[in-house]
Design a protein around this ligand. Structure first.
Ligand SMILES: [Ca+2]
Ligand SMILES: [Ca+2]
Length: 122
């Protein structure tokens, strides 16, 4: 019976590692699904794990995208009932570069020719 103890400990450690990894994955998925407003993600496929993500409260006014997300957004989730427009320039000037429909999501801005460009939104 004593000879089996190390194996049992090893199995326990393996289980703990597996549990931890699955927790991280579950947390990432649930946080992405949890976007209650309008969220921008630095990478494709809403992959904020290792990248930035920012949630905006869309209220009809222009909001500047600051910090590392400026010119870096690659995907979005729009959980609002509003149309959200993204602009390449700051202060919502110039042409609308991307239009997010109400209650929609987009895993990749590349096919919209708007990857890593958003600097403001309304
Ligand atoms: Ca990006
Ligand atoms: Ca820009």
């Amino acid at each position: 019976m004593k000879r089996r103890t190390p194996l049992a400990v090893g199995a326990l450690l393996l289980s703990a590692t597996t549990l931890f990894n699955s927790n991280v994955t579950a947390q990432a998925a649930s946080t992405a699904a949890y976007c209650a407003q309008f969220c921008l993600y630095q990478h494709d496929e809403h992959n904020f794990y290792g990248g930035e993500w920012v949630m905006f409260r869309v209220n009809g006014t222009c909001q500047t995208i600051d910090g590392p997300m400026n010119n870096s957004a690659s995907s979005m989730i729009n959980s609002t009932g509003r149309t959200v427009r993204l602009y390449d320039s700051s202060n919502c000037t110039g042409a609308v570069g991307y239009t997010a429909n109400p209650d929609s999501e987009d895993e990749d801005f590349s096919n919209n020719n708007f990857d890593n460009k958003a600097s403001s939104l309304r």
